[in-house]
Design a binder for this molecule. Sequence first.
Ligand SMILES: Nc1nc2c(c(=O)[nH]1)N[C@H]1C(S)=C(S)[C@@H](COP(=O)(O)O)O[C@H]1N2
Ligand SMILES: [Mo]
Length: 309
Amino acid sequence: MKTSYSSTIPASEITPKTLFEQRRRFIQMATGVSAALLANPLLANEKLTASASSAYGLTDELTPLKDITRYNNFYEFGTDKESPAKRASSLITRPWTISVEGEVEKPQTFDIDQLLKLAPIEERIYRLRCVEAWSMVVPWLGYPLAELIKRVQPTSAAHYVEFISLHDPEQMPGQRSPVLQWPYKEGLRIDEAMHPLTLLTFGLYGELLPKQNGAPVRMVIPWKYGFKSAKSIVKIRFVEQQPVSSWMQAGPNEYGFYANVNPAVDHPRWSQAKERRIGDFLKRPTLPFNGYADQVASLYNGMDLTKDF
Ligand SMILES: Nc1nc2c(c(=O)[nH]1)N[C@H]1C(S)=C(S)[C@@H](COP(=O)(O)O)O[C@H]1N2
Ligand SMILES: [Mo]
Protein backbone atom coordinates (compact mmCIF):
# COMPACT_ATOMS: atom_id res chain seq x y z
CA MET A 1 0.00 0.00 0.00
CA LYS A 2 1.15 3.47 -0.87
CA THR A 3 2.23 5.52 2.12
CA SER A 4 3.33 8.79 0.58
CA TYR A 5 1.54 11.00 -1.86
CA SER A 6 3.51 13.70 -3.59
CA SER A 7 2.50 16.39 -6.03
CA THR A 8 4.07 18.48 -8.73
CA ILE A 9 0.74 19.85 -9.94
CA PRO A 10 1.15 23.48 -10.99
CA ALA A 11 -1.81 24.43 -8.87
CA SER A 12 -0.76 27.94 -7.90
CA GLU A 13 -4.11 29.26 -9.09
CA ILE A 14 -5.92 26.94 -6.71
CA THR A 15 -4.01 27.19 -3.42
CA PRO A 16 -0.60 28.65 -2.50
CA LYS A 17 2.30 26.84 -4.14
CA THR A 18 4.09 26.33 -0.84
CA LEU A 19 1.11 24.37 0.40
CA PHE A 20 1.37 21.95 -2.45
CA GLU A 21 5.13 21.61 -1.98
CA GLN A 22 4.45 20.91 1.66
CA ARG A 23 2.04 18.16 0.75
CA ARG A 24 4.50 16.71 -1.75
CA ARG A 25 1.80 15.04 -3.71
CA PHE A 26 1.88 13.99 -7.29
CA ILE A 27 -1.09 14.12 -9.57
CA GLN A 28 -0.83 12.77 -13.05
CA MET A 29 -2.34 15.38 -15.31
CA ALA A 30 -4.57 13.22 -17.38
CA THR A 31 -8.24 12.92 -18.05
CA GLY A 32 -10.63 10.29 -16.86
CA VAL A 33 -9.67 6.78 -16.03
CA SER A 34 -6.25 5.23 -16.53
CA ALA A 35 -5.66 2.78 -19.35
CA ALA A 36 -4.80 0.11 -16.78
CA LEU A 37 -8.24 0.41 -15.22
CA LEU A 38 -10.02 0.12 -18.54
CA ALA A 39 -7.88 -2.89 -19.44
CA ASN A 40 -8.51 -4.71 -16.17
CA PRO A 41 -11.39 -3.41 -14.07
CA LEU A 42 -11.17 -6.43 -11.74
CA LEU A 43 -7.93 -5.34 -10.09
CA ALA A 44 -8.32 -3.63 -6.74
CA ASN A 45 -6.65 -0.30 -5.95
CA GLU A 46 -6.27 0.60 -9.60
CA LYS A 47 -4.98 4.09 -10.33
CA LEU A 48 -7.55 6.78 -10.96
CA THR A 49 -6.19 10.04 -12.25
CA ALA A 50 -7.68 13.50 -11.93
CA SER A 51 -7.95 16.25 -14.51
CA ALA A 52 -8.07 19.00 -11.88
CA SER A 53 -7.54 19.45 -8.17
CA SER A 54 -9.07 21.74 -5.60
CA ALA A 55 -8.84 22.11 -1.86
CA TYR A 56 -11.11 25.20 -1.72
CA GLY A 57 -8.50 27.06 0.27
CA LEU A 58 -8.12 24.25 2.79
CA THR A 59 -4.63 24.27 4.33
CA ASP A 60 -5.01 21.27 6.66
CA GLU A 61 -2.56 18.37 6.42
CA LEU A 62 -3.89 15.31 4.62
CA THR A 63 -4.77 12.37 6.86
CA PRO A 64 -2.44 9.44 6.07
CA LEU A 65 -3.86 6.76 3.76
CA LYS A 66 -3.39 4.08 6.43
CA ASP A 67 -5.71 5.95 8.81
CA ILE A 68 -8.31 6.64 6.12
CA THR A 69 -8.37 2.92 5.26
CA ARG A 70 -8.11 1.40 8.76
CA TYR A 71 -10.43 3.57 10.84
CA ASN A 72 -13.84 3.31 9.21
CA ASN A 73 -17.54 3.47 9.88
CA PHE A 74 -19.21 0.95 7.58
CA TYR A 75 -21.79 -0.91 9.65
CA GLU A 76 -22.40 -3.43 6.86
CA PHE A 77 -19.02 -4.87 7.95
CA GLY A 78 -19.40 -4.46 11.71
CA THR A 79 -19.75 -1.61 14.17
CA ASP A 80 -16.16 -1.14 15.29
CA LYS A 81 -13.65 0.97 13.41
CA GLU A 82 -11.30 -1.92 12.55
CA SER A 83 -13.87 -4.36 11.11
CA PRO A 84 -14.41 -2.77 7.66
CA ALA A 85 -10.70 -3.01 6.77
CA LYS A 86 -10.63 -6.66 7.93
CA ARG A 87 -13.92 -7.83 6.47
CA ALA A 88 -14.77 -5.73 3.39
CA SER A 89 -12.81 -8.02 1.06
CA SER A 90 -16.05 -10.04 0.68
CA LEU A 91 -17.62 -7.11 -1.19
CA ILE A 92 -17.77 -7.73 -4.95
CA THR A 93 -17.45 -4.41 -6.77
CA ARG A 94 -17.45 -5.62 -10.39
CA PRO A 95 -19.82 -5.96 -12.11
CA TRP A 96 -21.81 -3.21 -10.38
CA THR A 97 -24.78 -1.20 -11.57
CA ILE A 98 -26.41 1.95 -10.24
CA SER A 99 -30.07 2.46 -11.00
CA VAL A 100 -31.22 6.09 -11.23
CA GLU A 101 -35.01 6.24 -10.95
CA GLY A 102 -38.13 7.95 -9.62
CA GLU A 103 -39.07 11.52 -10.56
CA VAL A 104 -36.83 11.83 -13.64
CA GLU A 105 -37.54 12.09 -17.37
CA LYS A 106 -34.75 9.64 -18.19
CA PRO A 107 -34.51 6.85 -15.63
CA GLN A 108 -31.58 4.59 -16.41
CA THR A 109 -29.21 1.98 -15.08
CA PHE A 110 -25.51 2.78 -15.32
CA ASP A 111 -22.72 0.27 -15.29
CA ILE A 112 -20.00 1.45 -12.89
CA ASP A 113 -17.43 1.75 -15.69
CA GLN A 114 -19.90 3.83 -17.71
CA LEU A 115 -20.53 6.07 -14.69
CA LEU A 116 -16.78 6.55 -14.18
CA LYS A 117 -16.54 8.06 -17.66
CA LEU A 118 -19.60 10.31 -17.50
CA ALA A 119 -17.64 13.43 -16.49
CA PRO A 120 -14.00 14.39 -15.82
CA ILE A 121 -12.68 13.00 -12.53
CA GLU A 122 -11.49 15.76 -10.19
CA GLU A 123 -9.48 15.60 -7.01
CA ARG A 124 -11.27 17.31 -4.11
CA ILE A 125 -9.52 17.64 -0.79
CA TYR A 126 -12.32 17.77 1.77
CA ARG A 127 -12.65 17.58 5.52
CA LEU A 128 -14.76 14.62 6.65
CA ARG A 129 -16.39 15.28 10.04
CA CYS A 130 -17.99 12.26 11.69
CA VAL A 131 -20.95 12.86 14.01
CA GLU A 132 -18.83 11.07 16.64
CA ALA A 133 -16.58 14.18 16.85
CA TRP A 134 -13.53 12.95 14.93
CA SER A 135 -12.42 14.17 11.52
CA MET A 136 -10.08 13.46 8.63
CA VAL A 137 -8.82 15.26 5.53
CA VAL A 138 -9.20 13.14 2.41
CA PRO A 139 -8.15 13.68 -1.22
CA TRP A 140 -11.27 12.26 -2.87
CA LEU A 141 -11.65 11.56 -6.59
CA GLY A 142 -14.97 12.06 -8.31
CA TYR A 143 -17.18 14.58 -10.04
CA PRO A 144 -20.13 16.69 -8.92
CA LEU A 145 -23.33 14.66 -8.56
CA ALA A 146 -24.95 17.48 -10.57
CA GLU A 147 -23.23 16.01 -13.66
CA LEU A 148 -25.30 12.86 -13.28
CA ILE A 149 -28.47 14.66 -12.22
CA LYS A 150 -28.60 16.88 -15.29
CA ARG A 151 -28.36 13.82 -17.55
CA VAL A 152 -31.43 12.15 -16.03
CA GLN A 153 -33.54 15.33 -16.04
CA PRO A 154 -35.46 15.51 -12.74
CA THR A 155 -39.16 16.36 -13.02
CA SER A 156 -40.71 19.31 -11.15
CA ALA A 157 -41.77 16.83 -8.43
CA ALA A 158 -38.15 15.83 -7.67
CA HIS A 159 -37.72 17.70 -4.38
CA TYR A 160 -35.38 15.18 -2.73
CA VAL A 161 -32.83 12.54 -3.70
CA GLU A 162 -32.47 9.22 -1.92
CA PHE A 163 -29.22 7.18 -1.88
CA ILE A 164 -29.48 3.45 -1.28
CA SER A 165 -26.51 1.22 -0.49
CA LEU A 166 -26.13 -2.45 -1.42
CA HIS A 167 -28.20 -4.95 0.56
CA ASP A 168 -26.59 -8.38 0.46
CA PRO A 169 -25.87 -10.14 3.77
CA GLU A 170 -23.73 -12.70 1.89
CA GLN A 171 -21.26 -9.98 0.97
CA MET A 172 -21.99 -7.71 3.93
CA PRO A 173 -21.95 -9.83 7.08
CA GLY A 174 -22.86 -6.89 9.32
CA GLN A 175 -26.32 -6.92 7.71
CA ARG A 176 -27.06 -10.18 9.54
CA SER A 177 -27.61 -8.10 12.67
CA PRO A 178 -30.37 -5.48 12.85
CA VAL A 179 -28.16 -2.65 14.12
CA LEU A 180 -29.66 -0.46 11.35
CA GLN A 181 -32.59 -1.00 8.99
CA TRP A 182 -30.99 -2.34 5.83
CA PRO A 183 -30.24 -1.28 3.19
CA TYR A 184 -28.42 1.84 4.42
CA LYS A 185 -30.43 4.81 3.17
CA GLU A 186 -29.60 8.50 3.05
CA GLY A 187 -31.03 11.57 1.36
CA LEU A 188 -30.53 15.18 0.33
CA ARG A 189 -32.77 18.03 -0.75
CA ILE A 190 -32.48 18.52 -4.52
CA ASP A 191 -30.59 21.83 -4.20
CA GLU A 192 -28.10 20.19 -1.83
CA ALA A 193 -27.69 17.32 -4.28
CA MET A 194 -27.09 19.80 -7.13
CA HIS A 195 -24.54 21.85 -5.15
CA PRO A 196 -21.10 21.81 -6.81
CA LEU A 197 -19.41 20.59 -3.58
CA THR A 198 -21.57 17.42 -3.53
CA LEU A 199 -19.30 14.76 -4.97
CA LEU A 200 -20.10 11.43 -6.59
CA THR A 201 -16.94 9.68 -5.46
CA PHE A 202 -15.00 6.81 -7.01
CA GLY A 203 -11.55 7.04 -5.47
CA LEU A 204 -9.13 8.56 -2.98
CA TYR A 205 -5.39 9.19 -2.89
CA GLY A 206 -5.07 8.59 -6.63
CA GLU A 207 -6.70 5.14 -6.61
CA LEU A 208 -10.12 3.57 -6.89
CA LEU A 209 -11.94 3.53 -3.54
CA PRO A 210 -10.77 0.84 -1.13
CA LYS A 211 -13.72 -1.43 -0.30
CA GLN A 212 -13.85 -0.27 3.32
CA ASN A 213 -14.30 3.31 2.08
CA GLY A 214 -17.39 2.49 0.01
CA ALA A 215 -16.25 1.02 -3.30
CA PRO A 216 -17.10 1.24 -6.07
CA VAL A 217 -19.10 4.48 -5.69
CA ARG A 218 -20.22 6.60 -2.75
CA MET A 219 -21.38 10.08 -1.88
CA VAL A 220 -19.25 12.75 -0.21
CA ILE A 221 -21.09 15.81 1.14
CA PRO A 222 -18.37 17.74 2.98
CA TRP A 223 -20.50 20.20 5.01
CA LYS A 224 -22.59 17.42 6.59
CA TYR A 225 -21.79 14.77 9.19
CA GLY A 226 -20.11 11.73 7.66
CA PHE A 227 -23.16 9.48 7.93
CA LYS A 228 -24.88 11.47 5.14
CA SER A 229 -22.20 10.23 2.70
CA ALA A 230 -23.60 6.78 1.85
CA LYS A 231 -21.15 4.11 0.66
CA SER A 232 -21.40 1.39 -1.99
CA ILE A 233 -24.49 2.89 -3.63
CA VAL A 234 -26.71 0.84 -5.95
CA LYS A 235 -29.69 3.16 -6.31
CA ILE A 236 -30.34 6.90 -6.57
CA ARG A 237 -34.03 7.74 -6.41
CA PHE A 238 -35.67 11.15 -6.98
CA VAL A 239 -38.72 11.66 -4.78
CA GLU A 240 -41.27 14.29 -3.81
CA GLN A 241 -41.32 13.73 -0.01
CA GLN A 242 -38.37 14.04 2.36
CA PRO A 243 -36.93 10.52 2.68
CA VAL A 244 -36.32 8.83 6.03
CA SER A 245 -32.71 7.75 6.44
CA SER A 246 -31.50 4.64 8.29
CA TRP A 247 -30.02 6.87 11.01
CA MET A 248 -33.29 8.81 11.42
CA GLN A 249 -35.05 5.46 11.91
CA ALA A 250 -32.41 4.38 14.44
CA GLY A 251 -32.49 7.57 16.53
CA PRO A 252 -34.81 10.37 15.36
CA ASN A 253 -33.82 12.76 18.17
CA GLU A 254 -30.10 12.12 17.60
CA TYR A 255 -29.77 12.11 13.81
CA GLY A 256 -31.75 14.58 11.72
CA PHE A 257 -32.34 14.73 8.00
CA TYR A 258 -30.13 17.80 7.43
CA ALA A 259 -27.17 16.79 9.63
CA ASN A 260 -25.21 19.92 8.75
CA VAL A 261 -22.01 20.11 10.80
CA ASN A 262 -22.92 22.59 13.54
CA PRO A 263 -20.76 23.24 16.61
CA ALA A 264 -23.69 25.10 18.22
CA VAL A 265 -26.05 22.10 18.22
CA ASP A 266 -24.85 19.24 20.40
CA HIS A 267 -25.70 15.60 19.91
CA PRO A 268 -27.98 14.64 22.85
CA ARG A 269 -25.15 12.47 24.25
CA TRP A 270 -22.04 14.58 23.49
CA SER A 271 -20.78 18.02 22.47
CA GLN A 272 -20.21 18.92 18.82
CA ALA A 273 -18.17 22.04 19.66
CA LYS A 274 -14.81 20.33 19.11
CA GLU A 275 -13.42 17.41 17.18
CA ARG A 276 -10.34 15.20 17.18
CA ARG A 277 -8.52 15.12 13.90
CA ILE A 278 -7.36 11.51 13.47
CA GLY A 279 -3.64 11.46 14.35
CA ASP A 280 -3.84 14.54 16.59
CA PHE A 281 -3.77 14.48 20.37
CA LEU A 282 -5.51 17.78 21.11
CA LYS A 283 -9.02 18.59 19.93
CA ARG A 284 -9.71 21.50 17.63
CA PRO A 285 -12.84 23.64 17.29
CA THR A 286 -15.48 22.41 14.86
CA LEU A 287 -16.39 24.94 12.17
CA PRO A 288 -19.96 25.76 11.12
CA PHE A 289 -20.83 23.70 8.04
CA ASN A 290 -17.44 22.01 8.57
CA GLY A 291 -15.68 25.09 7.17
CA TYR A 292 -17.83 25.33 4.02
CA ALA A 293 -20.24 28.03 5.29
CA ASP A 294 -19.26 30.52 2.56
CA GLN A 295 -20.35 28.06 -0.10
CA VAL A 296 -23.43 26.48 1.50
CA ALA A 297 -24.94 28.60 4.31
CA SER A 298 -27.31 30.35 1.86
CA LEU A 299 -29.00 27.00 1.15
CA TYR A 300 -30.53 27.26 4.63
CA ASN A 301 -31.64 30.90 4.72
CA GLY A 302 -34.73 31.30 6.86
CA MET A 303 -34.42 27.85 8.47
CA ASP A 304 -33.96 27.20 12.18
CA LEU A 305 -31.03 24.76 12.15
CA THR A 306 -31.57 23.86 15.80
CA LYS A 307 -34.93 22.39 14.75
CA ASP A 308 -33.83 21.13 11.35
CA PHE A 309 -30.64 19.58 12.72
N1 LIG B 1 -23.50 2.29 3.56
C1 LIG B 1 -22.90 2.96 4.56
N2 LIG B 1 -22.42 4.19 4.32
C2 LIG B 1 -21.80 4.88 5.32
C3 LIG B 1 -21.70 4.34 6.62
C4 LIG B 1 -22.22 3.03 6.85
O1 LIG B 1 -22.17 2.47 7.96
N3 LIG B 1 -22.80 2.38 5.79
N4 LIG B 1 -21.10 5.08 7.63
C5 LIG B 1 -21.08 6.53 7.46
C6 LIG B 1 -20.28 7.24 8.46
S1 LIG B 1 -20.93 7.34 10.02
C7 LIG B 1 -19.11 7.87 8.15
S2 LIG B 1 -18.31 8.83 9.29
C8 LIG B 1 -18.49 7.70 6.80
C9 LIG B 1 -17.08 7.16 6.96
O2 LIG B 1 -16.43 7.11 5.72
P1 LIG B 1 -14.92 6.60 5.63
O3 LIG B 1 -14.88 5.21 6.22
O4 LIG B 1 -14.54 6.62 4.19
O5 LIG B 1 -14.09 7.53 6.46
O6 LIG B 1 -19.23 6.82 5.97
C10 LIG B 1 -20.64 6.94 6.05
N5 LIG B 1 -21.29 6.12 5.05
MO1 LIG C 1 -19.78 9.04 11.09
